[in-house]
Design a protein around this ligand. Structure first.
Ligand SMILES: CC(C)(COP(=O)(O)OP(=O)(O)OC[C@H]1O[C@@H](n2cnc3c(N)ncnc32)[C@H](O)[C@@H]1OP(=O)(O)O)[C@@H](O)C(=O)NCCC(=O)NCCS
Length: 409
């Protein structure tokens, strides 16, 4: 791997440096930045996990860990570093700065005892070399309104209330937390992150859509949506975009979708970053009219392999020896015996012959049950030593519901 130029140093930033840091992040992504954005970014950053690469006093690279817990199959949510704001100054690229920042952020998560790290990637080839794999796929959905009828109409629509952002902030986090507790791959959302997400609704963030609406069924679910008004040859041609829809029971779920799908004046309904096992795909009457396109996956990394593998329960009782390659985390590298059961697991160092050899990124990819080990095997990414090992891994890692995280970070 590329070594870091000795003229460059990496450390956590100070509060006084935050504005320069935020401007550098924006520049690296080719984005503009308003002064009030700096305060918004500052409100969710943990300064001692916000790192910069310096050349003298000038920031030339950035990366920060947000503090999350992540939902797990059959286990309590566990610590997960959410890596974000990764970038390098355009004139200092391919000189090892990203590599050094990844070392720093990984060590930061490890020192804090977080078993996991996760991120969203701007480009797919960047993060595999650092042990991250695409573990929780998502889909974008689109349907035109005349076709968005549910096979079984929902009864709970009358219970939906439209509330302002302040009331949404008071009621929706509890619903979110209940869904997170049973959804693998779903990140916790702190009060600061809730405020960041819906505390303000600036026009420049709306991309041509109108203000965010908040539809709530108390204690059971909510849908946040926006409408982009449109008319075409004197007939309504507006688009409703579902920003986030969350429900703790099937009736509330159906009612919230029905509200969005049957809104007068709306011609098109769309939703991004939805789970691959979205029930709507089977709940609409004309299933062929609901278009689903593969969207951004959550990338996962196992920071502390044994803590990660024992933090979830498994669909089957089994015992496998994993030979794991992990170039960045020598404490994970080597052979492990994983004993699984629906009640939990043990994971111990092993000197036995392995059943399977794989890179840590591939193990992370199938860990949440969103991608099957047998498919990775057919893609020549995992090597099994004996027939049927990958199918056993498929079974033991499988999870219901499918792993899903509803928003980018
Ligand atoms: C992506 C980015 C951070 C890489 O930073 P960098 O300092 O140039 O990366 P490094 O020099 O440490 O490169 C590490 C390795 O990753 C590879 N790599 C870097 N960027 C890559 C990319 N976009 N696609 C594929 N490989 C990439 C390098 O070739 C290098 O490989 P090697 O170790 O085999 O030589 C930088 O190009 C950037 O800021 N891009 C724009 C913002 C962005 O996309 N950020 C990521 C947000 S998720």
């Amino acid at each position: 791997m590329t070594a870091l130029d000795p003229a460059f140093t990496i450390r956590a930033i100070t509060d006084e440096e935050f504005a320069a840091y935020a401007r550098q992040v924006a520049l690296q992504f080719g984005e503009g930045l308003h002064d009030d954005d700096i305060d918004r970014y500052r409100s969710i950053a943990d300064l001692d996990r916000t790192f910069a690469c310096y050349e003298g006093d000038t920031i030339i690279g950035t990366a920060e860990n947000l503090t999350f817990t992540m939902g797990l199959p059959g286990g309590a949510p566990a610590g997960c570093a959410g890596l974000t704001a990764v970038g390098v100054h355009p004139t200092r690229r391919r000189r090892g700065i990203l590599t050094a920042l990844m070392r720093t952020t990984l060590d930061d998560a490890h020192e804090r005892g977080e078993p996991f790290a996760a991120l969203y990637a701007s480009e797919a080839p960047i993060y595999g070399r650092f042990g991250y794999g695409p573990a929780a796929p998502t889909v974008n959905l689109a349907i035109d309104r005349p076709w968005g009828r549910l096979r079984r109409p929902a009864a709970a629509v009358d219970e939906i209330r439209l509330v302002d952002a302040e009331e949404a902030l008071a009621t929706c986090p509890a619903v979110y937390d209940r869904v997170q507790a049973v959804t693998p791959g779903m990140m916790s959302r702190s009060a600061a992150l809730w405020d960041y997400a819906i505390g303000s609704d600036l026009e420049r963030h709306r991309r041509g859509f109108g203000p965010r609406a908040h539809a709530v069924i108390d204690g059971r679910g909510y849908a946040f949506y926006r409408i982009k008004e449109g008319w075409s040859e004197n007939v309504p041609d507006s688009t409703l975009r579902v920003v986030e829809l969350m429900a703790t029971d099937a009736e509330a779920y159906a009612a919230l979708w029905q509200l969005c799908l049957q809104m007068d004046l709306i011609a098109h309904v769309e939703a991004t970053l939805r789970p691959p096992d979205e029930p709507l795909q089977l709940a609409v009457d004309d299933t062929a009219r609901l278009r689903a396109r593969v969207s951004e996956p959550l990338y996962l990394r196992l920071v502390q392999l044994d803590a990660a593998l024992t933090s979830r329960s498994y669909a089957t009782a089994d015992s496998v020896v994993l030979d794991v390659r992990d170039a960045q985390c020598p404490w994970n590298d080597g052979r492990w015996r994983l004993e699984t059961s629906p009640d939990g697991a043990t994971c111990e160092r092993s000197a036995e012959e392995p059943d399977v050899t794989l890179d840590t990124a591939e193990l992370a990819t199938c860990f949440l049950g969103g991608v099957r080990a047998s498919v990775l095997g057919r893609a020549r990414r995992i090597e099994q030593h004996g027939d049927g090992v990958l199918q056993r891994l498929d079974q033991l890692f499988s999870a219901d519901p499918a792993p899903w995280n509803p928003s980018l970070f």
